[in-house]
Each structure stands twice: as C-alpha cells, then as structure tokens.
Design a protein around this ligand. Structure first.
Ligand SMILES: Cc1cc2nc3c(=O)[nH]c(=O)nc-3n(C[C@H](O)[C@H](O)[C@H](O)COP(=O)(O)OP(=O)(O)OC[C@H]3O[C@@H](n4cnc5c(N)ncnc54)[C@H](O)[C@@H]3O)c2cc1C
Length: 825
C-alpha cells in the first residue's frame, strides 16, 4: 500500500540546504568573483568599443566588436593576474586564517584550489584576448612597424601565451605528481617572466597601464616572501641517526628539538641542503605541549626517498656525520580550527593522519577527560528498547519523506500499514498540504503545540498534560527567550477558545512562511539580489547611465531609465522580504524580539535602510529625476555595502542556527573549545599505521576521544594493537553512511559538527556525500518528531513513557555538518 499523500518534502531543497550549510559563503564568494570579472570585462569592452579615434577605421562597426572583446578580456586579466599572485601569499593567509574573516571567506581553499581556478580563468582570458586581437590584426591589417609601438604588445603577447601555456601544462596534476621539481622550477621562472612581460605588454594606447594592477600585489607578495624568511621562525639543525626512526609503510619519523611554537594541526617547511635547496611542507605531528617536534614523512617521490635514504644510511651506520636540516614555520592549515566546534569528526587516509595526531594529543593534553561532555562516539546503542524505537522512527521517516534511512528490507503488510498510518498522522498535523519542508524548525513545534493547546483547552485535565509537554520542550530549548511562546500560545488559545481550526491554521501559516524565510536559500538569494544591484549600478556607471552620475546635480533620467527600473525592482524584492520576516518574528516574540543585538540591529538599522533604499528608487522612477549628489552617495556608497554586511551577518546567524535566528550562542564564535572527537583513519595494511599508533600512545592513560581504525585490505586485524586507546579496530572500508548516521543521531539537536578531512580525493567525496545524506536525514528526523502530535508519537513509536519523546527530540534533529579539507597534493 502506498501512502495516500506522501508529503512533498521538497528533497532538492533539502539537499540544497544541506549543501549550503557548508558552502554558502563559498558560493557567495564565487558570485562576487564572477560579478567582478564580468564588470572588468564590461569596463574594458566599453573603453574600446566607444573609443572615438577608432571611428575612422574601415569596417569600424565590425572591428570594434573584435577589439572590444579583446580589451574586455585584457581587463579581466588585470584583475586575475593580481589575484593569482595574492593567493600565493602564504604568510598573509596564515594570518587571515586566524581572523574572524575566516568564518565567511574560503581561506581554506585559497591555496592551492582557488589559485588553480584563477589560473585556468587567466588561461581562458589569454586565449580569447589573444585570438580576437590576432583576428583583428590579420583581417584588418592593423599591423604597424616599429619596436615600441603596438608591436611590442604583439610580441610580448605571443611570449606571454607561450609562457603561461607551458606553466599551465606543467601544473597539470599528472606532471606535478610525477615531477614536482620540474613543475616548481617552471612555475617560479615562468611567473617571473610572465609578470615582467605582462607589465611591458599591458599598454593602453601606448601608455603603460597594467602595471597599476600587478605591481601592488607583486609588492605584497614580495613582502610576504621576505617576511616568510624573516618572521617565520627558521632553525638550522644537525641531525643524526638518533633523530630518525624508519617505520613500516615507507615512513620516516623525524624527531627534532622544538624549533618554535605552533598550534595543533599547523605545518612547517623542511629543507635539506644535502639534497637540494627545495622547501617541502610537512605537518607537525607532535602536540604543541610536547618538548620535541615530530614529523612523519612518507617516501613518495625523489626528495622524500632521498631523505629516507640519507637517514637509512645513518641508522645503518654507513654514514656517521650529521645531516643539516632547516625547518621554518609554522603555517596555517584547516585542522587548526578544530577548537571552533563542540563536536568534531577527524577523518584521514594514510599519511593524511599527521595533522590529526597532533590534534588528538593536544586535546588529550588539555585534559579532555575533565572537559568532555557525554558524547559516546558512534558506537552502536546497546539498549534494545532504544534500538526498536529508533528503527520505528527511521521507518516512519523513510515512508513519510521517501528517503530510505533505515535500510529496512522485506517490509510486511502490517508494517506497511503502520507506515501509511504514520504518514496520514503527519499529514493531519499540517492540514491540506502536508509537511512541505525538510528543514522544519522549532516553530513547527509551536504550531503543533498551539493547535494542541486549542485542542485541549476545553478540558482542564487535558491542559495539565499539555503544559507538561510545553515544559518538556522548553527544557529542550537552549535559547533564553522561549517562555514567550508559552505565554503567547496560552493567551491566544484562551482568547480563541472554540476557534481551534483558525488558530492552528494561523500558526501553521506563519511558522511555515517564517521557516522558509529563515532558510539559507532565501538569505543567499537576498545576497544575490544585493550583488545584482551593485553589479547593475557599476555597469550603469561604466556606460555612464544618467542615474548613477554621482557628481551630477539632480537631472532628468534619460538613458539610465532601465537601470532605475532594474534597481528599484530588486530593491522592492528586498523591501518586501525583510520587513515581512521582521514583522513575523515580531509577531511571535513581541518585546522579546529586542533582547538580542542581532535582532535589534535588524530592526533599527537593517529595516530602515532597506525601506529607504527602495523608496529612493521609487521616487526617482516616479519623478524621473536623480537625487541630490549627497543622497546618491549615501545610497550607493554607504547604504548598499552596509546592507550587504548586515545580510551576510544574518546569513551567518541563519547557518549557525537554522531556527528563528535565535541568536543562541553560536558554536563557531567560541575559540578553544575542547570538543568531543571521533577520529577515523584508514590504512591499507595492518602495520601501515604503526607510526600512528605509537604516536597516539599517550592516550593510553585514559581518553575520552574515540579512535576508529580501518585496515582496508586486511581480512582480520590484531585487536590487541593499541587496544588501550583505540575504540574500534575494523577491516574493510568504513561505512560512511552508517558512521555519519550515528554521529548525527547522537549529536545534540541543532548542533554543528565539524568534519575535518585529510586523505585521497575519492575518499573525501564519499565522506561528503554520506555527510550530506546524514544531514538531510537529521533534518527529516527533526521535521517528523516536531510536527507529529505527542500522543501519536507515543502510540506509533510504542513509547512507554512521555520522557522518551524529550530524549528523542534532544538529539539527532537538524544536526549540521561543516566539512573542512586539508590537501597534501
Ligand atoms: C600542507 C602540507 C602538509 C603535508 N604534510 C605531510 C606530512 O605530514 N607527511 C608527509 O609524508 N607528507 C606531507 N605532505 C606532502 C609532502 O609535502 C610531499 O609528499 C613531499 O613534498 C613530496 O616530495 P617528493 O619530492 O618526495 O615527491 P614528488 O613526487 O616530487 O611529489 C609528490 C607530491 O608532493 C607534493 N610536493 C612535492 N614537493 C612539494 C613542495 N616542495 N611543496 C609542496 N608540495 C610538494 C606535490 O603535490 C606532489 O604531487 C604535506 C603537504 C602539504 C602541502
């Protein structure tokens, strides 16, 4: 039997929401980047397309398209070549990673990921820029003689294309992996040549132009490199056989005197002049509290093999003199942010475990035992009652939302009927449409409670039951301002006794709209609207539409009418959504709305700015005149950027806490949390992680950290190895769905779990997919438990006591995962 009307849980929206919970700010960054590149193109295109001296050229109307596109692409190169060099400033990014900006800007991806993306964008622009100029030169015979004229740009243009093409080919992963030295040498020499040629090449009407764009970031980069040498601690060590241990799996353990202070998870660079002058990055595997500094180095390529060979000779006694090793650092890495999350999962493959070794030992040193709360890792629950209840919850959710989260097989007739019954019950709580979203918030609790209150208001005895349920739910909430809900509901329910239907509908409608308005999708969409406004205003100023001429006196809008219309329409979207959201929040909370700084700011700054901005547009449209200079200045230079920042803060709040923007203490703002940690690592063979087990040995004196070992190619594992601190030893690959399912199920409802990964890309992909599935399922669990009446839950889940509902709702509902990846490649 198929459920009569399966609620449309809008699964794509649930997926989008789960994706955005990790990547929303990255998406925003790319939207900004895309808009900036497009504007640069428009700027260059316009400059050439309307250049008056060209008007006399033969076939000018065709020619100007060619040279316009070529110049537009040239302008994008100005921006991107400046950006690509900034992204290589590692010290700058090490500092930025420690700033609050790291919460909204994708610094983890700056190098090498973003550097590579920008590199490809440059290559595309070089191709288009070069080809369009080339066609123009050939077709219209625009060639002129003389070295310092246009020819210089042509010659340097060819050379630039060759240099950049070579750099790009040798930067391909296949080459970089097999011949890093060649890649690195060509990259450094190529970059020097490239920027030198670019400065000569970048002329506008024989006047040097591009230097303005590339020289400032080049200076910044030079300072960064200089400071890297000076500021970054560097030590010269002379190491002997005593400093090295040769481990299984081609791993060299290098233990050296502590060279400088560092944070757990950071890395250093190592140079061995005996081999060559290259600096190689290695994570510091020891904890900051350790007296020595330790590196585990896998012999993968020439350099690491030579290093291992050099120490092998010393360990074997074939060579007796010491080896000079220079170390400099520390440098920032994603893993150093573990302290931002209360619940953390560390996942690594092979040598990728080094950052997490340091993290685990650091947490252990910081008395994890005393500080850790009640997390139990993801070991299966042993209670049969709980297992039974959880399996029924899964069955209900699988049926209701069409997502198989229980992997249940062979469902019999009776069970099928039960599912249908559950589905109908859930539908009943949301008359008409069924529950329409996977990200149901606490507002739905209120809605259900409200209808329940109305439902039961006719009977005093029933009311006490209902009050009990409010208390249970109130206990579940961490926020300070929830009592209002109770008052609100009580008052409304009393006032509207007998009008049960209307009340329940009112609450349902409001809560659903507000829930939707609080999603990351809506917040991101509003940010896109703002970017679009800024984009159109910039475009209009590039093409000199009247409306945006800030230095003009008020005058009639003529050519710029279209921009006024676009801008006003966009500002009206904003002026509808934001006041509506604030109005609904106010109607729920009353004066308690103002208890938090965030909401007060929303009301007194965000709201007036939004309305003023829209009104200015409407006024300009109606009067067909621009505003005073000062008003235009305020509008575009002050209001719009302020709106952008306020909205970004609002999205940050929405991401941290999906429900009602409660401004509950955000997990991410706490530094130095001692989190509950599960560390999962994989190795191919039994002895490949011997180095890791020995490094984690200090944890054997008792730890709250949960360590899970997977020997992927073994049929059986030695259960004794590291058994004092390893929570579970397994064979085969980890079942990520199962692992994340358990982590989500045991995490406190609405909490954020930080997932740190360092290992092969494919493994990272599987981890991310499973993580998202678990996040969606967790949202569904929240939706189901919160929107189903208590009595129904007790009956259908076979709960012996009401208290179990509190327990079910306290964990595993709407848990959010944040994925942070470290890349050794
Ligand atoms: C932040 C970071 C932390 C790392 N931590 C560790 C660690 O704890 N233990 C460990 O065994 N390995 C670690 N690595 C990888 C290590 O740097 C490389 O394996 C090593 O440099 C390989 O050099 P090779 O010449 O022997 O190998 P190659 O075959 O020349 O290179 C193998 C791979 O290593 C990378 N690589 C090589 N040389 C460099 C270099 N000078 N700078 C940057 N990357 C390079 C390249 O991506 C290449 O694909 C880390 C890498 C990074 C980026």
């Amino acid at each position: 039997m198929i459920p009569r009307s399966k609620p449309d849980v809008a699964r794509p929206s649930a997926r989008i929401e789960a994706y955005l919970s990790t990547h929303a700010f990255k998406v925003l960054f790319f939207a900004f980047y895309g808009a900036a590149v497009t504007l640069m193109f428009a700027w260059g295109f316009k400059a050439e397309f309307t250049f008056e001296d060209n008007f006399d050229m033969p076939h000018f109307n065709t020619v100007r398209w060619f040279i316009g596109i070529a110049r537009g692409m040239g302008y994008t190169l100005n921006l991107n070549t400046a950006f690509v060099i900034l992204l290589a400033s590692r010290l700058l990014f090490t500092k930025l990673r420690d700033s609050p900006l790291q919460l909204v800007l994708p610094f983890d991806a700056a190098f090498p990921a973003l550097h590579i993306v920008v590199g490809y964008t440059i290559f595309f622009a070089v191709l288009v820029h070069g080809s369009f100029h080339f066609v123009w030169l050939i077709t219209w015979d625009a060639w002129t003689w003389g070295l310092w004229s246009f020819n210089m740009s042509v010659i340097t243009g060819f050379l630039l294309a060759i240099v950049f093409g070579t750099m790009l080919v040798l930067a391909r992963p296949s080459v970089r992996k097999n011949n890093f030295r060649l890649f690195y040498a060509v990259h450094i020499i190529g970059a020097t040549l490239f920027f030198g040629l670019l400065i000569i090449h970048g002329m506008f009407r024989q006047v040097p132009y591009t230097y303005k764009w590339v020289i400032p970031p080049l200076i910044l980069y030079a300072i960064d490199r200089f400071l890297r040498r000076r500021k970054v601690s560097a030590v010269e060590l002379f190491l002997s056989a005593e400093n090295a241990v040769l481990k299984d799996g081609d791993i060299l353990e290098l233990r050296v005197p502590k060279a400088f202070s560092y944070q757990a998870g950071q890395y250093a660079e190592v140079q061995v002049p005996f081999i060559n002058r290259e600096w190689h990055p290695f994570t510091i595997a020891s904890a900051p509290q350790d007296k020595t500094m330790c590196f585990y180095i896998k012999a993968l390529g020439d350099w690491t093999k030579e290093l291992r060979g050099a120490f092998q000779a010393r360990v074997d006694g074939a060579v007796t003199d010491s080896l000079q090793v220079n170390i400099r650092g520390p440098y920032g890495a994603p893993a150093q942010h573990v302290g931002l999350y209360e619940r953390v999962v560390l996942i690594s493959g092979g040598i990728g475990s080094t950052p997490f070794t340091s993290i685990c030992k650091d947490l252990h040193h910081r008395k994890v035992k005393e500080n850790a709360t009640s997390a139990t890792g993801f070991e299966p629950s042993t209670s049969t009652l709980l297992k039974r209840i959880e399996s029924r919850v899964s069955t209900a959710i699988s049926t209701l939302y069409g997502v198989d989260i229980s992997n249940a097989k062979d469902i019999n007739q009776e069970e099928e009927e039960k599912r249908v019954y559950l589905a109908n019950m859930l539908n009943l709580t949301a008359p008409g449409s069924g529950s329409s979203s996977g990200e149901t918030t606490e507002l739905e609790v209120e809605m259900v409670d409200a209808s329940k209150q109305a439902d039961e208001s006719s009977s005093d005895s029933d009311r006490s039951t209902s009050m009990e349920s409010y208390n249970v739910k109130n206990m579940l909430r961490k926020e300070q301002d929830e009592e209002y809900i109770l008052d609100d509901i009580k008052n409304s329910a009393n006032a509207r006794r007998g009008n049960r239907e209307r009340l329940s509908h009112l609450y349902e409608g409001r809560s659903k709209v507000l829930e939707f308005l609080h999603t990351s999708r809506v917040n991101l969409l509003l940010l896109f609207v703002l970017i679009a406004r800024i984009f159109f205003i910039c475009i209009s100023s590039i093409i000199k539409a009247d409306y945006i001429m800030i230095n003009a006196e008020p005058h009639a809008i003529e050519s710029g009418l279209w921009i006024v219309i676009v801008d006003t329409v966009l500002s009206i979207i904003f002026a509808i959504v934001l006041p509506l959201t604030i109005f609904l929040e106010l109607s729920y909370m009353g004066s308690r709305f103002f208890r938090t700084v965030g909401r007060t700011l929303d009301f007194f700054v965000f709201l007036p700015l939004t309305i003023t901005s829209a009104s200015l547009g409407i006024k300009a449209l109606v009067t067909e005149r621009t505003d005073e200079q000062i008003v235009l200045f305020l509008h575009y230079i002050v209001f719009l950027p302020t709106l952008f920042v306020l909205l970004a803060v609002r999205m940050y709040r929405a991401l941290g806490k999906r429900t009602l923007l409660t401004d509950a203490p955000c997990h991410c703002s706490h530094r130095d949390i001692v989190p509950n940690v599960d560390f999962v690592w994989t190795v191919p063979h039994e002895n490949d992680d011997e180095w890791l087990r020995s490094e984690l040995e200090p944890l054997a004196d008792g730890t709250e950290l949960k360590l899970h070992r997977y020997v992927t190619r073994a049929k059986e594992v030695d259960m004794e190895a590291g058994s004092e601190f390893i929570t579970s030893s397994n064979t085969g690959r980890p079942e990520w769905d199962e692992i994340f399912g358990k982590i989500a199920a045991e995490a406190p409802s609405n909490s954020v779990v930080g997932v740190f990964f360092c290992g092969p890309h494919k493994m990272g992909d599987s981890v991310q997919s499973a993580m998202r599935r678990a996040e969606i399922n967790s949202n569904l669990r929240g939706a189901y438990l919160r929107s189903t009446k208590e009595k129904t839950l007790m009956k259908d889940l076979g709960l012996p006591q009401r208290g179990l509902i509190k327990m079910l709702m306290g964990t595993g509902c709407s848990v959010r995962f944040v994925f942070r990846e470290e890349n050794f490649g």
